[in-house]
Design a protein around this ligand. Structure first.
Ligand code: NA7
Length: 497
């Protein structure tokens, strides 16, 4: 029984779109992209809160083979990313492969027929020779179970479900959380609200954002002479690479550089916040790099404004009209904004139930053992499965470096499969163990293990205390591996007659 599709891709964000483009290049054009949201774009469709922008320069945060000369700023606003995603989908014929509002319940490897059976909410099932999950890293919003939150009578908004029609003017608002999202959102809410209290549990390192509009003549130059934009990308990517490799991955060898970044952030704070106590409260007590660093020229300044208050006491409970902290103080509010991030390790790795060979459940396997994936993309006992958002898959600072390395891995692996005239692949246990040992060893000299990360509460760490998200390689080396991994790291087979 032949499967209905060559491949089933889950997720229509930049990862799933990259996978689709690669499938077409490989001649596997009979594929479908399933997406739970009502449109494409992933993160850039879901998030549309005020102040949303990339925090990796746009010249790098885009596909290298599809540059966009028309970014209006060095760090483009979120809406431009969404537009760019739509442009790529149209240009590469991806939209006609996409099915929106389609929630995937789970996927199961059918041993008899050697293909994947994907179940969709509502009862439909689809079959595909290959399964590719591109469900993102930060795609399961998290709302902490604050006692009493159900009794709150005002407006509650999670940043991933922003209500554009809701007017903040004159509101008494609270923002819970001080991650990268809050750093962008706080200044915008402060512009409209009559009162704003920011509830901070852990302060975040914030460095200045070197942002500026890209003038129209420069955009025209990028469009006419693409090599100029390529050069700009190279410069920016090299800077990010240095930050990542030196400041994060080789912390043991380059501590002073990491400390210099913290000094820069402290100087930024001193220059922007007048009140000494507020400055102290906003100063992190963990090493720079333990958590994703943030960039803003507006965030700190906002705390100087008379109607903005920083609350560092922990939240005890929510009442119908306010938030009560552990010291008994009640902050009266009518708008509660949850900038409380995402659940990564409990529900996003993987985002759907995936059952492989011998009935192995991927999520259970990862949680009971260690989070692992060969080259951040394949797992033993999961034949014909490419997990694009895996432990140890994220390479570099721009997600696009990861996406494009994975596209190369796909091309090498599936190319070999076709050359051999086979139909199934599965990574060997030995190759998987070797990769896990290598990354574990290399991460030993990173800031995650050498630095003081104890109080950081960083989502880089999982429930076993392992920093199992980032791949401890330069992006150059990740890309080299993607085109040169030993082909015998996989076992190849064919569907039984
Ligand atoms: P993050 O970075 O996970 O931030 C979530 C924030 O919410 C963070 O400050 C948390 O504090 C806070 N939080 C979560 N639960 C609670 C409770 N129970 N009480 C108080 N505060 C809480 O998500 P973002 O959306 O900001 O950013 C996600 C990524 O998007 C970012 O890294 C970029 O890559 C882009 P905590 O730090 O855990 O003490």
């Amino acid at each position: 029984m032949a499967p209905r599709y060559d491949a089933i891709v889950v997720g229509a964000g930049f990862g799933g779109m990259g996978a689709g483009i690669e499938l077409d290049r490989l001649g596997l054009s009979n594929y479908v992209i399933l997406e739970r949201e009502s449109d494409l774009g992933g993160t850039w469709h879901v998030n549309h809160y005020p102040g949303l922008a990339v925090d990796i320069a746009s010249v790098t945060y885009s596909y290298s083979f599809e540059p966009n000369p028309y970014w209006t700023r060095l760090f483009a606003p979120g809406a431009e990313l969404k537009k760019y995603a739509a442009h790529v989908a149209d240009k590469y014929g991806l939209r006609r492969r996409m099915r929106f509002d389609t929630v995937v319940d789970g996927a199961r490897w059918d041993e008899e027929h050697q293909h994947w059976v994907v179940s969709i909410e509502g009862g439909e099932t689809l079959t595909g020779r290959f399964l590719l999950t591109a469900t993102g890293f930060l795609s399961q919003p998290y709302t902490p179970p604050f006692p009493g939150i159900d009794t709150f009578e005002g407006k509650i908004i999670h940043t991933t479900a922003w209500d554009e029609d809701f007017d903040l003017t004159g509101r008494r608002a609270a923002i819970i959380g001080t991650g990268a999202t809050a750093v962008q959102l706080v200044p915008e809410v402060a512009k409209k609200a009559a009162a704003l209290t920011v509830f901070q549990r852990t302060p975040i390192w914030v460095v200045p954002k070197v942002d500026a509009p890209i003038p129209a003549p420069v955009q025209r130059l990028f469009a006419k002479v693409p090599v100029t934009q390529k050069a700009a990308r190279l410069v920016n990517t090299s800077m990010l690479e240095a930050l990542m490799v030196v400041g994060v991955l080789h912390y043991d060898q380059a501590k002073p550089l990491n400390k210099a970044a913290a000094l820069l952030a402290k100087a930024h704070l001193r220059a922007q916040v007048r009140d000494k106590k507020t400055r102290e409260q906003l100063t992190p007590h963990y090493d720079f790099g333990c958590k994703r660093p943030t960039f803003s020229n507006e965030y700190f300044k906002t705390f100087n404004r008379p109607h903005v208050r920083l609350e560092t006491n922990s939240i005890d409970h929510v009442t119908p009209d306010g938030i009560v902290t552990a010291d008994g103080h009640k902050t009266e509010i009518d708008t509660l904004i949850l900038a409380t991030g995402f659940n990564l390790w409990d529900v996003n790795f993987p985002a759907i139930e995936i059952i492989g060979r011998d009935g192995v459940n991927l999520g259970k396997f990862w949680r009971d053992n260690r989070f692992q994936a060969y080259e951040g993309i394949t797992v033993p006992k999961f034949p014909n499965f490419l997990s694009l958002n895996s432990p140890y898959s994220y390479s570099g600072l721009s997600y696009f470096t990861t996406i494009e390395a994975q596209m190369k891995h796909m091309a090498r692996l599936l190319g070999e499969l076709f050359r051999r005239g086979e139909t199934t692949f599965e990574v060997t246990e030995a190759a998987n163990e070797r990769f896990l040992d290598t990354v574990t060893d290399k991460l030993g000299s990173s800031v995650f293990y050498g630095g003081d990360c104890a109080s950081s509460r960083s989502y880089y760490f999982n429930q076993h205390g392992e920093a199992a998200l980032l791949r401890p390689n330069s992006t150059v080396s990740t890309h080299r591996h993607a085109v040169s991994f030993p082909l015998d790291d996989y076992a190849y087979g064919s569907v039984p007659a």
